[in-house]
Design a protein around this ligand. Sequence first.
Ligand code: UD1
Ligand code: MG
Length: 449
Amino acid sequence: MLSVAILAAGKGTRMESSLPKVLHKVSGKSLLQRVIDSCVELNPDQIFVIIGHKSKEVQDSIPNNKKINFVIQDPQSGTGHAIQVLCREVKKNKGKLLVLNGDVPLIKPKTLKKLLNLHDSKDADVSLITTKKKNPHGYGRVFLDGGFIERIVEEKDCNDQERLNLLINAGVYCFNWENLSKIILTLQSNNNQKEIYLTDTVSLLKNSLSLEIEDNGELQGINNRIQLSKCEEIIQNSIKEMHMLNGVTFINKASCSISEEAEIGKDVIIEANTHIRGTTKIFNNCVIGPNTFIENSNVGVHCEISNSTVYDSHIMDNIKVGPYSHIRPNSKISSYSKIGNFVEIKNSQLEEKSKVNHLSYIGDSIIGSFTNIGAGTITANFDGKKKHQTKIGKNSLIGANTVFVAPINIGESVTTGAGSVITKDSKDNSLAISRTKQINIENWERKKS
Ligand code: UD1
Ligand code: MG
């Protein structure tokens, strides 16, 4: 039987934040969610999340999962106290108890499995993950004696000699729960932080083992914003390296961010300051950026998107977007179309080879194929209460500065005169024009003031 306890009750004082520490995010996902996702892969029988500080906020952040039980620790008197509360609350303290610090978010399921295997093969009372850090500042130091862990000393309790020890406790433990519960209530808080430390259990249990792994970044703990940013860097580096090995070029890697869910095809060039978020898919041979933000969108092959923002939309193949375009949710831009400078598109569908090249707003619209929308065209979709649709048929030629007052239905091969305000539907092959005729008064003399 495998149970998991995730320690997430602390305030995270060193974050200097009103948000509980475990709800801070790295690459779009909270620290706590990351730890949960890692341990779920082990298929444990039950997961306990120990909450305390702003417990409701923390609990509400986690989507429903039958295996997760929340345990309240109040007050929060230390990591050992958190497990005391758990042991009291849960009647059957049996099998293995994997304890994970909620602020060590990059731990990999593979590493957790290794720990469980070591624990089982040696029938240990406790096994925990350690690593040698060049700069161990802030971590508990692990002291070994003949292959067993003798004790762990927290940074704040270390003397000068102890502080030189580079072997640190990662905050990831596997306990024989039955044996742990026999000693857990005897933990004391006679230390410099006046807290009950979980780390003191290693001296009280007999068979305490260390699984030392290489310091590859996955054990990074987060106590302050410097470590939060370090963690972000570790994740981002690994995501970008994976894409580079799969055929993606980054012109200025450090200035870009890519979500873990994003998929990017081969021979895609990501220019500087480009951010690909959520479940975005970019297909082969695109150039994305510079200065571009794309979230939850699909971009087909051979597209070029520069200096633009795209949300929740579908951009098909061979399309140029930008510079300075804003494509808002639920838009579909069909192949060989062009969305140009200072153009905003929202909840609209553009058929193949249509063009909206300059300074336009196209909202709640359907634009037919081969239609050219002249500079400055606006679909006036809002009557103060409701949004309405604009439909423009294929092969139409919309004059510069046309305003369509929706709801409106414009046929195929329609031409509109520049500067027209179009309020009535137009049939196929018609010219729609609505503007006063120009008068030229010759030899006009200006009034003298
Ligand atoms: C802890 C370890 C340290 C280790 C480091 C690894 C102890 C005493 N020290 O130190 O040896 O090197 O993690 O990152 O365990 N929490 C509760 N209830 C509490 C206090 C804390 O649930 O009463 C939770 C926190 O929300 C956090 C986790 O436990 O997620 C660790 O607490 P933190 O205060 O960050 O411990 P560290 O000082 O990092
Ligand atoms: Mg910590």
